[in-house]
Design a protein around this ligand. Structure first.
Ligand code: ADP
Ligand code: ZN
Ligand code: MG
Length: 503
């Protein structure tokens, strides 16, 4: 029986406008080597200056992961040579990370549907700069330094996960948190959120094993697959009585396997020493208050609250809280008609979501959607008050979106207000029955025949036909149920009056 231990090192690109230690633009996809300066290119004599926004965003994540922010935090130089790093050292944090000893409560279900509930300890969060990008073309390697110096936050967990599923859920949850905070877009394919996974297995009770690090995991799914593959591979080695080699391996997506990359990880000597060009950072009360003010209600807490407050199902609340913007949209509408919150959720998760997809509007951009929360609320309100039929409500919604108008206005302009007064509907039924002589006389024959049951099907379809005519005559405004009742009522009155005549 083996125990597996997994620890994650997650790097997130902070959405600062400028780089971490210089004023170069921090952007993805710009023309190569256009966002560079003497500082991020490591020219002699150029001095770095700390971007306070990067520290603030880093602290927001650290606090959201329940880390303590020490009173003094500083930077170190980590020295190594690689072409993507022009300074030959990376400015990072070593002895005094800006967040220490936190935890994240992991709750939910893995992709294997098993329930997951555990506290994952966060070892630290530290701020550092990214390296440039190497592009390999045949025998030529090109370098783009636009990314060199961009703010990165590294989040390191203790080896508390036991399966690929748990690690996957953590990444998903962390991604949601940083998106809620607005400090990272969480895009794993573009490398805005990158995860390295460390995994070891050992005989149960014997503690940590020899650690293998897996790189190149650019989706949360690969994190799961890579780790589960590695747990299997290591178990087979132990089963065979062999020992595991401490090494770094690469996830190979096409093979669905990890491949050896390099060995003896810990022989490297980075010769860390404090960065002499940057002062120690001591967060004051005003800075810490600005961090707290910028932290929003986090996804898990919001989901639980929304579920209880509005009486939604677990699944609905989960879907609504997938993005902060969709939760904001839902709550803005639900605040207007709290008694119809469930209906708002239903509309939002079916019709509205389909329309957003159709119109090519992402949830992040829902603020640009013409059917704003006020308008959705007024639509749902009109339905629940019986002022418009469900069918016209859909038409009204489409018009409100197309014309960028208020649903109330549209209903008024088109005279769509539902007709539910039985007398008014009866008047329409009378004209319809007078015009539909053929159907009415066939119905009369059926009703007066002794064998009503054999003709029941025909009677129903003729009645439905007449109800349809009544709805059409009112432009779809008549309440279908009242219309049906009135058709039946007038038909039977007709029958009795005819019967009386025949006597
Ligand atoms: P290093 O000094 O090699 O960078 P760290 O102690 O900083 O190692 O840990 C890096 C990551 O590896 C952390 O997420 C940690 O939880 C994890 N880790 C460390 N040792 C092990 C182990 N024996 N098995 C699994 N994960 C480990
Ligand atoms: Zn620069
Ligand atoms: Mg480390």
């Amino acid at each position: 029986m083996y125990q597996s231990y997994i620890g994650l090192e997650v790097h997130i690109h902070l959405l600062t406008k400028t780089k971490c230690f210089c004023r170069c633009r921090s952007a993805f996809g710009d023309k190569p080597n256009t966002n560079v300066c003497p500082v991020c290119m490591g020219y002699p004599g150029a001095l770095p200056a700390l971007n306070i926004e990067a520290v603030r965003m880093g602290c927001m994540v650290a606090r959201s992961l329940n880390c303590t922010i020490p009173p003094r935090t500083w930077f170190e130089r980590k020295q190594y040579f690689y072409p993507d790093m022009p300074k030959n050292y990376q400015i990072t944090q070593f002895a005094s990370p800006l967040g220490k000893q936190g935890f994240l409560e992991l709750t939910g279900h893995g992709t294997d549907c098993k329930e997951i509930k555990k506290n994952v300890r966060i070892k630290e969060c530290h701020l550092e700069e990214d390296a440039g990008k190497m592009i390999h073309k045949g025998t030529v390697s090109l370098l783009d330094y636009n990314r060199a110096g961009v703010s990165l936050l590294e989040i390191v967990t203790e080896p508390d996960f036991e399966s690929g599923e748990e690690a996957e859920l953590f990444i998903q949850e962390l991604r949601r948190i940083v998106r809620y905070l607005g400090v990272c877009n969480g895009n794993m394919e573009e490398g805005s959120l990158r995860a390295d996974a460390n995994v070891s297995i050992n005989i149960l009770g014997k503690g940590l094993g020899k650690k293998v690090e897996i790189k190149n995991l650019n989706s949360s799914r690969f994190v799961r697959l890579g780790l589960n593959y590695e747990i299997r591979r290591q178990s087979e080695i132990l089963d065979a009585g062999k020992t595991i080699v401490q090494e770094t391996r690469l996830w190979d997506e096409s093979r669905g396997e990890t491949m050896p990359m390099r060995q003896k990880e810990d022989t490297q000597d980075y010769r860390y020493f404090p960065e002499p060009d940057l002062p120690v950072f001591c967060p004051d009360d005003a800075f810490l208050a600005s961090v707290n003010d910028a932290i929003v209600e986090l996804p898990r807490a919001r989901m639980t609250r929304i579920k209880n407050q509005y009486g939604l199902s677990e699944e609905q609340a989960e879907l609504i809280c997938g993005e902060k913007e969709s939760a904001d949209y839902f709550e803005a509408a639900a605040a207007i008609v709290p008694e119809e919150a469930v209906k708002i959720a239903n509309w939002f998760l079916s019709d509205i979501k389909h329309i957003l997809t159709r119109e090519g509007i992402t949830i992040k951009n829902i603020g640009f959607f013409s059917l704003n929360p006020n308008r959705l609320a007024s639509l749902v309100k009109m339905i629940s008050e019986g002022r418009i039929t469900a069918k016209l409500a859909k038409q009204c919604m489409e018009l409100a979106i197309a014309d960028n108008k208020d649903p109330e206005e549209i209903v008024k302009a088109n005279n769509w207000e539902q007709l539910s007064d039985p007398e008014k509907i009866a008047a329409v039924v009378k004209t319809v029955l007078a015009a539909e002589k053929k159907a009415v006389s066939e119905l009369r024959t059926i009703i007066s025949s002794d064998n009503i049951s054999t003709n029941e099907k025909r009677r129903k379809s003729l009645t439905a036909y007449l109800v349809g005519k009544v709805l059409a005559a009112t432009g779809g405004r008549a309440d279908p149920k009242t219309a049906g009742d009135q058709v039946n009522k007038l038909l039977s009155e007709l029958h009795y009056s005819q019967g009386a005549e025949n006597e």
